[in-house]
Each structure stands twice: as structure tokens, then as C-alpha cells.
Design a protein. Structure first.
Length: 112
């Protein structure tokens, strides 16, 4: 026994329409909130993951180099304390000095 009640049909259509409108409003609010949040993040000038990892790698390399230099310094200090003379660097010849001077004038600029 199905009855045709126009009022109930109209209310069902109205409710369906209202739910569709509310869904549209919800989507619009989410879009606006997301845009404002993204704008706020851009204004904060945060670094990207790639930039962070690059700086982190540079810091790790610098730390390793620092530790290696500290170890070398400890060896030199130990030798100096023991009274062992350090080996003198070989004297530069006139030809060697000229070659070094030319090389320093021809330093690459890195630009093409």
C-alpha cells in the first residue's frame, strides 16, 4: 500500500537539496581553511625537507672534518711534547714558485 503524499515528497526533496548545499558549503570552508593555512606557512618562511637534509649533511661532514682535524692536532701536540722535531717542508724552487704564481692568477671563476 503505497500512498502518494506530496508533502512528504516535497520535504524529502528539500532535505536532499539542503544536504547537497551543506556539502558544498563544507567543501568551500575546507578550501578556504587550507588556503589560509598554506598562506600562513609561506609567511613563516619554513625550509623544505630537501634544504634541511642538505644542511644536515653539510653539518655532519663538517663535524667529521672537525674530529679528524682534532685527532691530527692531538698527534702533533703529542709529538711536540715528546720533543720530536717535525719534518720540514721542502723548500720551493724558483720554478715551483713561478708555477704556483701562475696557478693562483688562473683561478677558475666557476662561471661560463
Amino acid at each position: 500500500m503505497q500512498t502518494d503524499n506530496r508533502f512528504i515528497d516535497d520535504m524529502a526533496k528539500l532535505a536532499t537539496s539542503a544536504l547537497g548545499t551543506l556539502q558544498g558549503v563544507k567543501d568551500e570552508v575546507e578550501t578556504q581553511v587550507r588556503q589560509r593555512f598554506e598562506r600562513m606557512l609561506v609567511d613563516m618562511d619554513l625550509v623544505t625537507r630537501e634544504e634541511f637534509e642538505a644542511v644536515e649533511a653539510m653539518a655532519a661532514k663538517a663535524r667529521a672534518e672537525n674530529e679528524a682535524l682534532a685527532a691530527r692536532l692531538a698527534v702533533v701536540e703529542k709529538q711536540q711534547a715528546a720533543g720530536k722535531p717535525r719534518k720540514a717542508a721542502p723548500k720551493a724552487t724558483a720554478a715551483g714558485r713561478k708555477a704556483a704564481a701562475k696557478a693562483s692568477h688562473k683561478a677558475p671563476s666557476g662561471k661560463k
